[in-house]
Design a protein around this ligand. Sequence first.
Ligand code: UDH
Length: 288
Amino acid sequence: EQKQSIISKFNGSSPLPPCPPTPPGLEGPLRIEFEWSRSMSDVRNSSRENLQEGGRYKPLDCIAQHKVAVIIPYRNRKDHLKHWLYYLHPILKRQQVDYGVYVINQHGEGTFNRAKLLNVGYVESLKEYAYDCFVFSDVDLVPMDDRNLYRCHGEPRHMAVAMDKFGFQMPYKNYFGGVVALSRVQYMRINGFPNNYWGWGAEDDDMHKRITLKGMAVSRPDSRLGMYKMVRHLRDTHNEVNPQNPGQLHNTAKTMNSDGINSLIYSLIKIEKDELYTMIDVDIHAPN
Ligand code: UDH
């Protein structure tokens, strides 16, 4: 801030004020259509304004109060990423966040591991910038209301509370899937996410258990603000339901202090700076 005011004095302009708690330019309910004819160049044209390389943005007329890394677990979902970028960049700009978009690509054909990719995103985004908040979002989920703010709260936040595919309701009471936001402090308190949930299922329930085991509660928007539209798709290959996963939930209390961000091992393959996102290609040492 001091630096900012020195720069401003130098320029002869007044320093930027902090952004207001409620962003002034929000639209409320949004019309979301996953047009099949939308091309990546349409998306670039409509989204690149004021972005810095790697999908980074800062509000132009105020100092953002939230430094947010948006982290997306990813493999082979180009079409979904296109729709996500098309809708989310304008929304995040309206929400006046200082943000970066990190797409964490699981290298190779091994069994998918969503939670481990999210841990990689946490570590790699922090190497670039002092983010204080992390929004972990599936690539196929777009919010239907921009008042659902992509920022952190006093408690870990579950954001995707009303998805179209679940009839705009929570599928079960303690659901913590789809899109969640944790501050750096909240994330470190739970030792990040588990690394040992390979294939589909239960890693989100493990995250929820970690939070409650550490005495935190989950905060949520109401079901109108928390509406999400999912891009319809078939089940992916190499991410089959893993019947072993739910059983691991009995051990979360015992394993969470030794399995998480403090035990994360991976090999970085490549970092690609697109104008709309930073793609982190990573080998997470999948079992097959
Ligand atoms: N993901 C990928 N690639 C994959 C698998 C998963 O990018 O091959 C990412 C992606 O961000 C996805 C998230 O991980 O949104 C979660 O994947 P998921 O398969 O657990 O969840 P999703 O909601 O699908 O995408 C649920 C199964 C859909 C079956 C539909 C049958 N009608």
